[in-house]
Ligand binder design. Structure first.
Ligand SMILES: Cc1cc2nc3c(=O)[nH]c(=O)nc-3n(C[C@H](O)[C@H](O)[C@H](O)COP(=O)(O)OP(=O)(O)OC[C@H]3O[C@@H](n4cnc5c(N)ncnc54)[C@H](O)[C@@H]3O)c2cc1C
Length: 500
């Protein structure tokens, strides 16, 4: 049987990026991915398929802490969740690496600081074609180089909001987004500025996802291979090393061997695989300290028709570290992608006829607010005797999120006409439930002490000589911004370590 130098398990933001980084080293690399390539098909851009019918959702069920089943909001494809992400790619703020006091307790310090990540953030922004404007967001950490691409222009309805908010001294900034868009030369632009980006796979390969950005070019190297539809089931340990991984390809078992193994199955699945394998857990912390953000999607219905196609161009961080009436951090705000009737269905009263839903969607502006949830060892991933994932989660730090929502209501009020088609109070708000595991992190935190962390600062398991984890598992705290860019930057950092 072939022996590989490195086996990478999972091809999303962490694993895909690492494969791309290591491909030129000539090392013999095998990527194992439980999903298949996502087919290019009409359903990619059909809201009904994606949102109502769950065409791309996994078949499996997980359990909550009361053993009630739910379908997790995750995706198993080459490229992982980045096939569906909104590609809002923000750096953590400098202070996110320090201990920070919150309403709900302490957000712990990271063992490394912003300076350790800075060069990799820049590399990540270049690799993932991030558009942005340096200095636009006053909370952004220091960087002397500009963004690799110009900020994405606002469409007229969003520009109106920006103008009104700027007049009221609200600190709006161009949201950094990773897409292959050329606004100066439309003929050369891969992105067509459509309204099916955030939450949808990109039919024209214009979203900078891990598949098109990393896996596809990595596979052009003869030394890199991928096994799709192949699920890693167990890691085999001998004398402090992982010697093999047992996998199942289309129901057929096989054992694969390598010198080094890298897990990147997403924070929940990576910790589940470690728990099933009974490895790397001398701290007892594998699966614990699961975080996913306090996220809410808010839809404001205005009198004005919203004609925007590509809407995810605006962010606000005025309350990231607190505000005039809050000494403690509240969080981050950004626009959502275009709101569609299918997305409103679950929230509108059941008697709302389709026409009203369409009318609502035509006049809707979607916002997304994110506040930090804090690490709690009781918020954890477990695996039942039958191998099913159980996710224990109790919300925390909700005061920050509640206050952030109140701030957003003020901002929505400033940003749009006061007359609404529906009563002024109609802000449909949905706090993202347990199944919303999009921002999963924290289940194998990194640190210097093997008693209080699973991974060392190189993201190698303290307990094992040759096992690394490069998905979101390593986060000791989640920060208030989307996790994608930090996962990518960290994979590039670990790639440098492995290349050496
Ligand atoms: C709808 C949506 C919108 C989002 N928007 C944003 C955004 O705008 N900005 C942002 O920063 N983040 C966003 N995210 C989150 C972002 O996509 C994730 O943070 C990121 O993809 C996580 O990277 P990862 O490498 O940890 O895992 P993933 O990207 O999920 O990759 C894990 C991979 O491992 C595979 N896998 C799992 N288990 C196994 C196994 N046992 N064997 C083999 N393979 C396995 C999976 O199939 C998957 O391909 C969004 C997510 C979603 C779902």
């Amino acid at each position: 049987m072939d022996k590989f130098d490195i086996i990478i398990i999972g091809s999303g933001a962490g694993g895909g990026t690492l494969a791309h980084k290591l491909a030129p080293t000539g090392k013999k690399i095998l990527i194992i991915e439980r999903g298949d390539y996502l087919p290019r098909e009409k359903e990619n851009w059909q809201p009904q398929s994606v949102f109502t019918l769950g065409h791309y959702n996994p078949q499996e069920k997980w359990l909550d802490k009361s053993d009630k089943e739910f379908t997790p909001g995750t995706h198993y494809y080459v490229g992982g969740n980045t096939k569906f992400y909104g590609a809002a790619l923000l750096r953590l703020r400098e202070n996110d690496f320090n201990e920070v006091k919150h309403f709900g307790g302490i957000s712990p310090a990271w063992p490394l600081k912003y300076a350790d990540f800075q060069p990799y953030y820049l590399e990540a922004e270049k690799l993932y074609s991030v558009h942005g404007l340096r200095g636009d967001d006053p909370t952004e950490p220091p960087e002397s180089e500009p963004y690799p691409s110009d900020p994405i222009s606002h469409e007229p309805c969003v520009q109106n909001i920006v103008d009104r908010l700027k007049k009221a001294n609200v600190g709006v900034f161009h949201l950094p987004v990773g897409i292959r868009l050329n606004e100066k030369n439309k003929e050369k632009s891969q992105c067509i500025r459509c309204d099916t980006c955030d939450g949808f796979p990109c039919m024209v390969d214009a979203k900078a996802d891990a598949h098109t950005t990393c896996i596809r070019p990595a596979l052009e190297h003869d030394n890199v291979q991928i096994l799709t539809r192949t699920m890693a089931e167990k890691l085999i340990e001998e004398n402090g090393e992982i010697v093999a991984v047992d996998v199942m390809t289309d129901g057929k078992p096989q054992r694969l061997i390598a010198d080094t193994f890298v897990l990147s199955c997403g924070a929940i699945n990576s910790s589940a695989l470690l728990l099933k394998s009974g490895v790397a857990n001398s701290s007892g912390l594998v699966g614990r300290n699961y975080m996913c953000h306090n996220n809410s999607a808010i839809v404001a219905i205005s009198k004005e028709k919203n004609t925007t196609h590509f809407q995810k161009t605006l962010g606000i961080n005025d309350y990231y570290d607190g505000g005039p009436d809050s000494d403690l951090p509240l969080g981050h705000m950004q626009l959502l992608g275009k709101v569609m009737p299918e997305m409103l269905m679950g929230d509108a009263p059941f008697f709302t006829p389709d026409i009203a839903l369409k009318e609502m969607a035509d006049h809707a502006m979607g916002w997304w607010i994110t506040s930090e949830d804090l690490p709690d060892p009781e918020n954890r991933v477990e695996v039942t005797d039958s191998g099913q994932i159980r996710l224990h989660y109790t919300e925390n730090n909700l005061e920050a999120h509640k206050r952030l929502y109140e701030k957003l209501k003020e901002i929505i009020h400033i940003s749009g006409p006061t007359t609404h088609i529906f009563p002024n109070s109609l802000y449909l708000r949905k706090k993202i439930p347990l199944a919303g595991v999009a921002h999963q992190v924290g289940t194998c935190r990194f640190g210097t002490d093997p008693k209080t962390s699973v991974l060392d600062t190189n993201c190698k398991a303290h307990d094992l000589d040759n096992l690394y984890v490069v998905d979101g598992s390593f986060f000791p705290s989640v920060s208030g911004v989307n996790p994608g860019l930090t996962i990518i930057a960290n994979a590039l950092r670990v790639g440098d370590i492995l290349a050496k």
